[in-house]
Design a binder for this molecule. Structure first.
Ligand code: PLP
Length: 387
């Protein structure tokens, strides 16, 4: 057994998994722990994938993605951002999760440091650590009007070992949406120090308050800069189970990307890619409907949890999470266990989103409104019984 790397043996489930694992199939629990809604992928997307299956799209595909999908992605970027991407820069190798790993594999060597702007999605830190590098968290500033980027705090953590900065906007879990000035300043910092930038834009269409799509580094960075923009189908088109995403890399990496993707998963599922094309080309009405639901649900959460005297919750501006702090709470994991046991609601403990979040919990409000409302009322009941 000693051949197993100790850092692999030490891997634990995230706090999200720890809460969910024992109650995943319990029909009495309202599951607000993961980042997904209860909406089945729209029929026009499913039909496109079914057609592809029936047409025999069951073979290996090019590991950077089928050409028709990559061409659809180029058109999508032209339409929503007004940019013309070099076709060699866009890759659809598999899930968004995989693109995080691929970006890490492209840049990180053991001993490197990555500044992770947090609170952050915990899987990112696992990728960094699995690759032998180290995550250096820098927390956004939490204020009553929302979360803010403290660029000086980021700059202060840069060392000779820093290789890259990871940022996610719209943010899981905080709902922070980076504005263009913040994006320009962060890019300038990366340029000044010769750092890579990984921008996780998987919630780019999940904007509750602000321009749609959310500001993207794609409109700011030059094609040769070490900027990796990650994206995917899961969050905008209700396609979490499809495991399909894409990334835009600097120029000149098509062949290494094809090879890296080959040794990670040998390409995305062939017929799923045709569902992705349908989402990009016919999915605007769905995107708008889903954002309208999330906006309604956000109002419900703010009206119940946001008004509670012990809860601090800034209104999220993007994604579909409430990241709330309970005054005086010492053990957020115990609180989430209590909520699961007593209120039958599944939520995620704050500690898993990085240091400084021990008194927080995350709730996904993408499910149907009545469920979100019931869940919030039950959580309030538990908070009211706390010491
Ligand atoms: C910030 C962030 N990035 C990436 C992902 C991964 O997305 P996918 O399920 O499309 O791989 C998630 C999923 O929750 C996420 O929250």
């Amino acid at each position: 057994m000693s051949v197993i790397r100790p850092e692999i043996r030490a891997l634990e489930l995230t706090g999200i998994g720890k809460i969910a694992v024992g109650a995943l199939d319990d029909p009495d629990v309202i599951p607000l722990w993961f980042g997904e809604s209860d909406i089945v992928t729209p029929a026009f997307i499913r039909d496109a994938a079914k057609r592809a299956l029936d047409e025999g799209k069951t073979f290996y595909s090019y590991t950077r993605g089928h050409r028709p999908l990559r061409e659809a992605l180029l058109r999508y970027h032209r339409r929503i951002y007004g940019i013309e991407l070099d076709p060699d820069r866009i890759h659809a190798p598999g899930s968004t999760m995989l693109t995080v790993m691929l970006a890490g594999q492209m840049m990180l060597r053991p001993g490197d440091e990555v500044i992770t702007i947090g609170p952050y999605w915990p899987n990112v830190v696992v990728v960094i650590e699995v690759l032998g590098a180290r995550a250096v968290p820098v927390r956004l500033v939490e204020a009553t009007d929302g979360w803010h980027l403290d660029l000086d705090a980021v700059a202060a953590r840069i060392t000779p070992r820093t290789r890259a900065i990871y940022v996610n906007s719209p943010s899981n879990p905080t709902g922070w949406v980076m504005n263009l000035d913040e994006a320009r300043a962060l890019l300038a910092l990366c340029r000044r120090h010769g750092l890579g930038l990984v921008s996780d834009e998987v919630y780019h269409r999940n904007v509750i308050d602000g321009p749609d799509p959310a500001p993207s580094f794609l409109t700011l960075a030059e094609p040769d800069e070490p900027v990796f923009v990650l994206n995917g189908f899961s969050k905008a088109w209700a396609m979490t189970g499809w495991r399909l995403g894409w990334m835009v890399t600097p120029r000149g990496l098509a062949e290494p990307m094809a090879m890296l993707a080959e040794v990670n998963n040998t390409g995305a599922t062939a017929f799923a890619q045709y569902g992705g094309i349908a989402a990009l080309e016919e999915g605007e009405a769905f995107v708008r409907e889903f954002v309208a639901r999330c906006t309604r649900n956000c109002d419900v959460v703010m009206g119940i949890l946001g008004c509670h005297p012990r809860v601090r919750l800034a209104r999220p501006r993007g994604a579909f999470y409430a990241f709330a702090r309970i005054d005086g709470l010492a053990d957020g994991l115990a609180f989430c266990r209590k909520v699961l046991a007593e209120a039958r609601v599944g939520i995620a403990p704050g500690y898993t989103f990085g240091p400084g979040n021990e008194a927080h919990f995350r709730l996904c409000f993408a499910r149907r409104t009545e469920e979100v409302e019931t869940a919030c009322r039950r959580i309030v009941g538990v908070i009211d019984r706390l010491d």
